[in-house]
Design a protein around this ligand. Structure first.
Ligand code: FNR
Length: 393
């Protein structure tokens, strides 16, 4: 393999060579049989193109807008834990790469650089990913710090009431590094060389009682827009009221109504950004939580149909090629997030590696747009792809 990788998969191999096995396995691994891990990637392979010809593609515009932030391409950095395991500069290097690529970084709750360090390091547009712990005041403190430091949105990860069973970490006795943002808030001691039990630690700390009604609480402690990450079904895309009490209908999220819309026409006039979630991220947590969850690209359209354009939908899981980005957009996503490739780039070549990962994906995406006859992201339609269930006439 050439020293300078030519695609994202080659970065994975470089990362494998660069990292101690324990850390590489932590980044690369999925839950249990890793069925979903493979499916996340392979489901993209089963989607083919319906390219259009003789379209003027002499100029291609990859840019898009997410929550009013214009970015160079619909490719965002997903929240992933502990970047200092990959590179001593940690999330600061990742954020700088995001800034130079003019895209958004979602900083993980389990980051190894602090909110303040990331904010001071560059002018990237950053969102803050939140897990809610049993000690609710910790979430409130972190949200305030994110707000104070100019983070633009919260991403509530909602698919992790418990940690998935990641057998590589169990075998390797994966050592839990420090959670930089929790210093002084929660015991952040680094475990001894016997290794830590990530699952048990998470079970002790995480609030498994978190439910839809708690979005009301989250909204009460922040003015930032909230995206929900981890939705895989039309039911969760469309239906959830913050309380079972019908009288709070006025408070219902437009993307999450348990009530029939037709019986409450006034609901149409409620703006999502004012009263509810600002966006949805279709995600199975990079196949690290519930094995045999569906590949995200295979359920994206189900959620898109349920949400009916009321809030933007993003997706992540298995995006490794510019063709994957295109397929996600054709099936209704406004942008994709990438997780592992970013940490592989970071492990292999630091900030430059992250930049290269994003640039490569952008270059491939641009080429896909040219070869499918799409001069801008607005030109990408459902008609440009064929899923495996669609017959060829
Ligand atoms: C993650 N992911 C994740 N998600 C989240 O909301 N908070 C987190 O702290 C983490 N941490 C994390 C660590 C590692 C090593 C991985 C691989 C993933 C999930 C992540 O945001 C995203 O959903 C997936 O990584 C997307 O899939 P790909 O791009 O890795 O296939």
């Amino acid at each position: 393999m050439a020293a300078e990788p030519v695609n994202l998969n080659e970065f994975q191999e470089l990362a494998r060579l660069a990292l101690p096995k324990m850390y590489y396995d932590f980044y690369a691994g999925g839950a249990e049989d890793e069925h979903t891990l493979k499916e996340n990637v392979e489901a993209f392979h089963r989607i083919t193109f319906r390219p259009r010809i003789l379209v003027d593609v002499s100029r291609i515009d990859l840019s898009t807008t997410i929550l009013d932030y214009k970015i160079s391409a619909p490719i965002i950095i997903a929240p992933t834990a502990w970047h200092k395991l990959a590179n001593p500069e940690g999330e600061v290097a990742t954020a700088r790469a995001a800034a130079s690529c003019n895209t958004i970084m979602v900083l993980s709750f389990t980051s190894s650089s602090s909110i303040e360090e990331v904010a001071a390091s560059c002018n990237a547009v950053c969102f803050y990913q939140l897990y809610v712990l049993k000690k609710r005041d910790i979430a409130a403190t972190l949200v305030q710090r994110a707000e104070r430091n100019g983070f633009k949105a919260l991403v509530l990860t909602a698919d992790a009431p418990r940690l998935g069973r990641r057998e590589a970490d169990i075998k390797n006795k994966m050592i839990k590094p420090q959670l930089k943002n929790l210093e002084g808030l929660l015991s952040t001691k680094v475990s001894s060389d016997t290794g830590s039990n990530l699952e048990a630690d998470a079970r002790e700390a995480m609030d498994a009682s978190l439910s839809w009604k708690d979005l009301e609480w989250l909204r009460s402690i922040t003015n930032l827009p909230i995206l929900i990450k981890g939705i895989l079904t039309r039911e969760d895309g469309k239906i959830k009221a913050p309380s079972d009490d019908m009288s709070i209908a006025l408070f219902c999220f437009p993307c999450s109504l348990r009530l029939k819309e037709d019986s409450f026409p006034f609901i149409h006039s409620i703006k999502a950004v004012e009263v509810g979630v600002a966006g949805i991220i279709v995600s199975n947590h990079g196949a690290r939580q519930l094995d045999y969850s569906p590949a995200t690209i295979s359920v994206l359209e189900e959620v898109v149909h349920a949400v009916k354009g009321r809030v933007p939908i993003l997706m992540d899981g298995g995006v490794r090629r510019g063709t994957d980005v295109f397929k996600a957009l054709a099936l209704g996503a406004q942008a994709v997030l990438i997780g592992r490739p970013v940490v592989y780039g970071l492990a292999a070549k630091g900030e430059y590696g992250v930049r290269r990962v994003i640039e490569m994906l952008k270059d491939e995406f641009e080429l896909t747009m040219a070869l499918t006859g799409c001069p801008s992201v607005k030109h990408i339609t459902r008609n440009h792809v064929r899923t495996e269930h669609e017959r060829i006439h």
